[in-house]
Ligand binder design. Sequence first.
Ligand SMILES: Cc1cc2nc3c(=O)[nH]c(=O)nc-3n(C[C@H](O)[C@H](O)[C@H](O)COP(=O)(O)OP(=O)(O)OC[C@H]3O[C@@H](n4cnc5c(N)ncnc54)[C@H](O)[C@@H]3O)c2cc1C
Length: 217
Amino acid sequence: MPENFIPTDKTRVVREPQRGVYDRAAIYKILDEGFVCHVGFAVGGQPYVIPTMYARIGDALYFHGSAASRMLRNLSEGAAVCLTVSLIDGLVLARSVFNHSMNYRSVVALGTATLVDDPGEKLEALRAFTEKILPGRWQEARGPSEKEMKATSILRLPLSEVSAKVRAGGVEDDAEDYARKIWAGIIPMHLAAGAPVRDERCDPAIPLPDYLTKYTR
Ligand SMILES: Cc1cc2nc3c(=O)[nH]c(=O)nc-3n(C[C@H](O)[C@H](O)[C@H](O)COP(=O)(O)OP(=O)(O)OC[C@H]3O[C@@H](n4cnc5c(N)ncnc54)[C@H](O)[C@@H]3O)c2cc1C
């Protein structure tokens, strides 16, 4: 696979083009850090944008759901899809309202998703979802039954037409505003995990697994 995605007429970042990123490794890092994607598709002229979890395996993204869901039904019939992932890194408080912004890293992926039929690939995708939720979990949790496998549809979106956009750094104000006596700066933002809360029906004799003790976010 080439190191960079090639910008197409559809994936070329237009406004603030210097923020456009097509480096494959940088894009995969954003995708691997995110938990939620938004899947956009149109049914009968009506766009829907559905939030869902996902996982990346190699050069494809996988997302899953009930075999009966509209998203899964329509996308498995070959509908065009636009999938986005956004990470918020900070709030940008400028001197002018106009220049307020956010620091972010976001990805847009376009393509056509395909239903995963191969049981081995399906299981691998389920493993990737579970490990994305928490690395080490697949080893401990009960695996999927045949019935659960049947009830779950999994879609694969090959990553071929992809862009990222990254805003980082400080406040960008208009020259004449820097002299104003207004507080300006960045509020860094990040996703953080709290301390584990034991399920009320989880036997207190079961120790906190090692992979959980070490987990930070
Ligand atoms: C958290 C967050 C907040 C934002 N707030 C604003 C805002 O308030 N106002 C505003 O105008 N813009 C905002 N943006 C930027 C916005 O996502 C678009 O980049 C912007 O609307 C410019 O689009 P465009 O018309 O240049 O390109 P479009 O014609 O909309 O897009 C052309 C192509 O560029 C690529 N692209 C565009 N934007 C992104 C992106 N964010 N990530 C990855 N690829 C992208 C896609 O492949 C897209 O198909 C925000 C982005 C994020 C992540």
